[in-house]
Design a protein around this ligand. Sequence first.
Ligand code: NAP
Length: 211
Amino acid sequence: MTLSYAQSLDGSISARAGEPLTISGPESLVLTHRLRACHDCILVGIGTVLSDNPRLNVRLVEGKSPRPIILDSRLRLPANSNIFSHNGASPLVITRENPDKRRAQTLTDAGATVLEVPANARGQISLTSMIGLLAEMGVQSVMVEGGSRVITSFLMARLADYIVLTVVPVLVGGLRAVSDLNQSDPGCFLRIRNLGHEWLGEDLIVWGSLL
Ligand SMILES: NC(=O)c1ccc[n+]([C@@H]2O[C@H](COP(=O)([O-])OP(=O)(O)OC[C@H]3O[C@@H](n4cnc5c(N)ncnc54)[C@H](OP(=O)(O)O)[C@@H]3O)[C@@H](O)[C@H]2O)c1
């Protein structure tokens, strides 16, 4: 699992929840597309699809587009979303058990595969169960692109192996990439190991291992 997103220097990924914001420079956007091409699947939450309507494909470099995965417990994914028409692979919609049958059929008819996954103790889709099912399907690598709730869930569940962060030199004061991880003991803070960094244009790329 690779967590990868672009944030401002103050840790914002958009000005407000539900609003798209492209802050990366052209060089780091190319890196994002290169990373996409290295993964079997690309995962976002339904919040990101509803606000940004992303294509989630590989356009800026040569390479295969990853299969889109959407976390969507209430099947709110619009059947005319860009991921249906701009990505060669059939989107995988991860939802809770016993979803609305009509919604599920609409999305299946549009070309998606709807996969039911048990809920965790907080009533959210269990990411651990999802990863188990994806592994059974032969998925070996997933790039998690956001948004804020999804990033936080993966970090909270300690399920991200690597992080590749694009830090853009602007201050936005908007939607924080990572919200409350409920960590109070500094000894248990999530630590990034084997840290690397590089400037791409004006953006600082920081990467490392969360294992
Ligand atoms: N800068 C960047 O790199 C970047 C990348 C991506 C997104 N964004 C921004 O992020 C914002 C969207 O973020 P967001 O937090 O509102 O939405 P989000 O994280 O994309 O999606 C959150 C939704 O996913 C569903 N979900 C299902 N299972 C989940 C689980 N286990 N953990 C977390 N979510 C789960 C929930 O909706 P249901 O309960 O309905 O299932 C939840 O509300 C947008 O403004 C977008 O522009 C920025």
